[in-house]
Write a new protein. Sequence first.
Length: 119
Amino acid sequence: MDPSKGAQSFSRWSHDPAQNPHSRLVCTLRWNFLPDLEDDYEDIYEALPDVVTAFLPHEQGELREFFVLLLEDDYSDATLKGAWDVCGPTWNFSLGGHRRFFRTALAEVEKAIAERREG
């Protein structure tokens, strides 16, 4: 991987959520869905399938693109934390937890997209 390409790619996504649709979707995920999960789910990972299906199909595609970008370029845990923190405080993870969350979320998004295509 060309390191400069990864840096340029990430800079595209790390703008103000009001101006960046991908950051906006991650913020929607954090602000609208995750704060209320404690009542219905044991943990955040159990909730992901339901959370992902609440997004419109084109939003699922945008989330997938964003998660792939974050994970395929092997960013540091601190950088992944920065991508999560662009939305302000809600749910927090220890370093390394963001990567696990993004991987799990990507798998759920890909599953939802595949199910929609099949069905």
